[in-house]
Design a protein around this ligand. Structure first.
Ligand code: SF4
Length: 163
């Protein structure tokens, strides 16, 4: 997509598709969905210190139908799998998933029968964030990567944040 404002202050041309991608990448709305200790760091994201509003993502939605980003923050227990699937399916397309932290990405230290060994066994994940817990800065980095991918029209699929 062309630079929206143009260097010489003149008018700009673009495509409808490019404009829609630009709009989508600047209004990624996360779902209010926390599972464990990582969710505390996710809540931190909404604090003024991190100013998530500058990228248009401060509006955590209570309804999956109004959200396009699921941040899986914490370990996913087998009992919660039907809930996670249902919430994911209720989200509108296009939608993205970030696995926040070691537990969501791989099961982390919980190598046992009760915990899913990576949420990508249950729902497709687009970005993985390492750490226990990852800092809010790492989540912001993931959101930035996601915005870039939406702008470039990257196919969906797993990508790891180097935090
Ligand atoms: S990665 Fe660490 S902080 Fe996050 S849910 Fe697992 S144990 Fe908790």
């Amino acid at each position: 997509m062309s630079d929206l404002f143009g260097e010489d202050g003149g008018f700009v041309t673009t495509t409808v598709d490019g404009f829609l991608r630009w709009a989508k990448s600047n209004s990624v709305w996360p779902l209010t969905f926390g599972l464990a200790c990582c969710a505390i760091e996710m809540m931190n994201l909404t604090a003024p210190r991190y100013d998530l509003a500058q990228w248009g993502s401060e509006a955590f939605r209570a309804s999956p139908r109004q959200a396009d980003l699921m941040i899986v923050s914490g370990r996913l227990c087998n009992k919660m799998v039907p809930v996670a699937r249902q919430v994911y399916e209720q989200m509108a397309e296009p939608k993205w998933v970030v696995a926040m932290g070691a537990c969501a990405s791989t099961g982390g230290i919980f190598d046992n029968y009760a915990v899913v060994q990576g949420v990508d066994n249950v729902i497709p994940v687009d970005i993985y964030i390492p750490g226990c817990p990852p800092t809010p800065d790492a989540v912001i980095h993931a959101i930035q990567m996601l915005r870039e991918r939406i702008s470039r029209n990257d196919p969906k699929g797993g990508l790891k944040v180097n935090a």
